[in-house]
Design a protein around this ligand. Structure first.
Ligand code: S3P
Length: 188
């Protein structure tokens, strides 16, 4: 029997839930499942950029430039934030831009999906679709990025560990933390 899932309304989510974090943290996989659980549309900004430009992220880096990709990524995130309640998975480098961070913190609820280095390395090794990781040793690049980027990700409203737990548990933890965050902020 069809049942309308409006968990997001029951919790009181009235803006996009935006997943940020490193490559391999599980933003797309978890985001898709989270959206389903909350009854919200799922948006992947890498996919938006790819569709807008008409080629893969790897080809954008190869035939245009990283700078061009970052411009399109900012546009995609600003457009996605206009859609209203939704779950948005962003690319790992986006939240590092002060402009992107400001837009996300203003227009959405930012959730940092945090995972240890070994888990990231294991996950990114399954595909060769990330141009930045083709520039050298994947583990070393990710290790360096963790050092550089954690001070940015720490600004997210909510942090959730996405390591050894199953997707099911990570999604449930995000839902619980969203509930707590909304309760706390509506009481202010
Ligand atoms: C990037 C992360 C990728 C994608 C692009 C650049 C980055 O997204 O946006 O390859 O700079 O960290 P994922 O985090 O979904 O892999």
């Amino acid at each position: 029997m069809y049942s309308f899932n409006n968990l997001y309304e029951k919790i009181g989510i009235n803006k996009p839930v935006v997943l940020v974090g490193m490559m391999g943290a599980g933003k797309t996989t978890i985001g898709f499942r989270l959206a389903k659980k909350l009854g919200l549309p799922f948006i992947d900004t890498d996919e938006m950029v790819s569709k807008t430009v008409g080629c893969s992220i790897s080809d954008i880096f190869k035939y245009q430039s990283e700078q061009y990709f970052r411009e399109k990524e900012l546009e995609a995130i600003i457009n996605a934030l206009q859609i209203g309640p939704s779950v948005i998975a962003t690319g790992g480098g986006s939240f590092i831009s002060d402009e992107v961070m400001a837009e996300v913190l203003k227009g959405g609820i930012a959730v940092w999906l945090r995972a240890p280095l070994d888990v990231l390395v294991e996950r990114v090794s399954r595909k060769n679709t990330r141009p930045i990781l083709e520039r050298g040793d994947k583990k070393e690049i990710l290790r360096q990025q963790m050092e550089d980027k954690y001070t940015k990700y720490e600004n997210a409203h909510i942090t959730v560990d996405s390591d050894i737990l199953t997707h099911y548990h990570v999604v449930n933890t995000i839902v619980t933390k969203l509930q707590q965050y909304i309760l706390k902020n509506s009481a202010l």
